[in-house]
Ligand binder design. Structure first.
Ligand SMILES: CC(=O)N[C@H]1[C@@H](OP(=O)(O)OP(=O)(O)OC[C@H]2O[C@@H](n3ccc(=O)[nH]c3=O)[C@H](O)[C@@H]2O)O[C@H](CO)[C@@H](O)[C@@H]1O
Ligand SMILES: C=C(OP(=O)(O)O)C(=O)O
Length: 427
């Protein structure tokens, strides 16, 4: 898929942040733990990743319906069989491992494709194998699939050596239906994981969080149906802030999850940007930049409540409009720099230095159109913003990567008066 993007377009109007990709795609997996319907509101129904997962669920015999007008997704796993996955099926999503619990619950056997997702450096899955084994299952790593066998899950103790989003999610989902009480040590509780805990709790799971990293889960054999709204996407919200600042646009951003993104917004404010807000919305316009330009900055991506790695590329863009040299460090995914090298096709090589774990920008270089290739989801979105800021018409290959994580992107851009042409191509 290739996007053709005319630079110099100035977005104006309002945009509503959709339900979070990194919550909704997890909640759908949790919905497989019951034979009653689970209804998610504020669901990002046009999101490519979400639709891949719904396709996977349907392949297993579950009912997975979406209603784009009402922004709902309904899952009914009562008719679910196991195990649909064959090598010919293509599920290019990261969180395949979260589908094990739902399958195992039905027949004691689960077969899932290896986790996919963005190629942003090493992304192991050994901690998931550890979770299944700690809960009494046998795990086999076949050439094209992971197979898990077990007569349900038996409670255990799971101690994570690092902060892991996926591991914590998997442990919570499996432990919710395990026989007995599971202790999860060094759990990593992000806002999206709080969403997952909320849904599981509404389904009848007994989950207790002590401090910010110890979780006890008393397993319940029969969970029930539930209804819940997906939290708004904090990464999307930051993206629109940067779209407005970089392109000189005037945008009202609605449905902003302020309390989940205080630190990322604080960093923007420290750059000399006054953000106007009420309880749900932000207004960003050229007058928000208090001085002659955005001030240069230094920051490190890390764990929540800080700036998470998925937001990194948008701070690189802020560096490109800052008045001087800025530095961004990311040791979680040091290889997440390929997009920054791609951005130099717009800025010239002197404007961005990218080496593993560290990006240095020298701001305010003139930007000229180029032929670009997406390297990862957030990187693809940052290429789009860069191309809109550049003089001339750029193309962005593999643009399907951006659509993986931005619900209704072409529609939202059109509403802001920004036209991009997206065509199917061979990539
Ligand atoms: C803690 C963290 O920053 N997590 C990020 C990670 O989540 P994601 O859930 O993909 O990854 P985890 O949080 O589980 O993993 C964090 C790190 O641990 C390693 N690991 C993970 C699981 C495993 O079984 N073995 C293993 O070695 C990974 O290679 C990675 O370097 O990428 C997502 C997509 O960019 C981000 O939204 C998350 O914020
Ligand atoms: C890298 C991301 O997603 P995934 O883990 O699905 O690849 C992301 O959301 O930026």
């Amino acid at each position: 898929m290739t996007a053709t993007v005319r630079g110099g377009q100035v977005p104006t109007g309002s945009v509503r942040v959709s339900g979070a990709k990194n919550s909704a795609t997890r909640l759908i997996a949790a919905a497989l733990l019951t034979d009653e319907p689970v209804v998610l509101g504020n669901a990002p129904t046009e999101l490519v990743d979400l639709n891949h997962k719904l396709r996977f669920l349907r392949g297993m015999g579950a009912v997975a319906e979406r209603d784009s007008e009402r922004e709902t997704v309904t899952i009914d796993a009562s008719g679910m069989e196991t195990s649909p996955f064959t090598e010919e099926q293509d599920y290019p999503i990261r969180t395949t491992y979260l589908l094990v619990a739902g399958q195992l619950r039905k027949t004691g056997f689960a077969r899932i494709p290896y986790p996919g997702g963005c190629k942003i450096g090493s992304r192991g899955y050994d901690l998931h194998v550890m979770v299944w084994r700690a809960l009494g299952c046998e795990v086999e790593e076949k050439p094209d699939a992971i197979e898990v066998r077990g007569n349900g899950f038996k409670a255990g103790r799971i101690a994570f050596p690092i902060s892991t989003v996926g591991g914590t999610e998997n442990a919570l989902i499996c432990a919710s239906v395990a026989n007995g009480t599971t202790e999860i040590v060094n759990a990593y509780i992000t806002p999206e994981i709080e969403d997952l805990i909320e849904l599981l709790t509404r389904m009848g799971a007994r989950i207790e969080v002590f401090g910010n990293s110890l979780v006890k889960v008393e397993g319940v054999p029969e969970l029930s149906g539930a209804r819940m709204d997906v939290m708004p996407d904090r990464i999307e919200a930051i993206t629109w802030v940067v779209v407005a600042l970089m392109l000189g646009g005037t945008i009202q951003i609605d449905n902003v999850p302020f309390s989940e993104m205080e630190v990322p917004l604080l960093h923007i404010e420290k750059m000399g940007v006054d953000l106007f807000r009420n309880s749900n919305s932000l207004w960003v316009h050229p007058g928000c930049i208090t001085g002659r330009a955005v001030q240069p900055f230094e920051l490190a991506c890390g764990t929540h409540p800080g700036i998470i790695s998925d937001m990194q590329s948008f701070y690189t863009l802020m560096g490109l409009i800052a008045d001087g040299t800025s530095r961004i460090f990311d040791y979680r995914y040091p290889e997440r720099i390929a997009y920054a090298r791609e951005l130099t096709k717009l800025t010239g090589i002197d404007a961005i230095e990218a080496e593993p774990g560290r990006i240095v920008t020298h701001g305010r270089a003139p930007m000229k159109a180029a032929e670009l290739t997406s390297t990862d989801l957030r990187g693809s979105m940052s290429l789009l913003i860069g191309a809109l800021a550049a003089e001339g018409t750029s193309t962005i290959g593999a643009f399907q990567m951006a659509l993986r994580g931005y619900d209704g992107l072409p529609r939202k851009l059109a509403k802001l008066g920004v036209e991009i042409d997206i065509r199917e191509t061979a990539d």
